[in-house]
Design a protein around this ligand. Sequence first.
Ligand SMILES: *Cc1c(COP(=O)(O)O)cnc(C)c1O
Length: 371
Amino acid sequence: MKNLNTPYFMINEQALIDNLEKAKQLKEISGAKLVLALKCFSTWGTFNTIKPYLDGTTSSGPYEVRLGHEKFGGETHAYSVGYSNADIEAVKPLSDKIIFNSLSQLEAHYENCKDSASLGLRINPEMSVAGQDLANPARAYSRLGVKQDILNLDVLNKVDGFMFHMNCENKDVDAFIRVLDHISTTFTEYLDQLTWLSLGGGIFFTYPNYPIEKLGLALKAFAEKHSLQVYLEPGEAIITRTADLVVSVIDIVENDKQTAIVDSATEAHRLDTLIYNEPASIKEATEGATYNYIIGSCSCLAGDQFCETQFEKPLQIGQKLHLLDSAGYTMVKLNWFNGLKMPSIYFERINGDIEVLNEFGYEDFKNTLGR
Ligand SMILES: *Cc1c(COP(=O)(O)O)cnc(C)c1O
């Protein structure tokens, strides 16, 4: 492979296809349709690989709706926590389904949208499987979705579907089935009249040894019981373990511990490392080996580090390190903090070709902030 300049994301097509084959298997067993959650991954240069496997896209904001419509096709689902009138005008001609977050949003936009798309409402099932409170849609005082106690059957005159999203990286199929049973019993009289139901994202069915068949059969039974079309909205599950963020060691400093400073920053390029305090894993590291380093970022934020880990040999300045599993919630969150060089985005095709999806320069930084 030619010597690419760091930092860069390298997306691996074969790894992507391996995940997509699992998605295909899940669809075949369950009868569910799968729409890609663009908020996790919107790197549209890879969409030709993904398209044959999934049914379309879902969104969290108006530009994602447009991107899904333009670059992915299939079914376009529009969801937003809050649509302005202008947002509705923008998404209405592009969307197959428009999903509202509250009864007041449904009320505000119903007349305007009712003939353009199949309408849906997000429901808060008041039960969830999410490791961190920050990412738990059923947390206390959650603004995400309508709770059962303020719902009544009149809503069925306006919507064809409901959307529930209450999982985050849920690897436990039995925990998911408990939530599914809860939804089935709590909302029976609604479900029996709806034509579609989305169960959101956050089900980690591509995790090694995940029992896909058990999940598929549970979804199938649920769909048959309530005679509706089930959708899932996977984000992370589709792109997990498909990309490395490749960085170079720029300097090594010592203050009781050795810190290798690399040409990237969590705050700018891998934000969830920081927000969720989830240290990165490094391909070259060997846990427990002799040489311990903090992998520190190039930003000025004191606590900005990727991880602390060990290596068989001392790190060298100029050496490349691969931060594993860097596809989800990274490229969509890139920012220009500190005026750091933004990572290039490359796509390694199954035939070994490296496709350039994007490279960034000073002009991109400057143009983001003025013209
Ligand atoms: C974030 C989100 C998803 C995707 O979640 P993943 O954990 O990436 O699978 C799907 N649907 C909704 C409504 C979301 O907010």
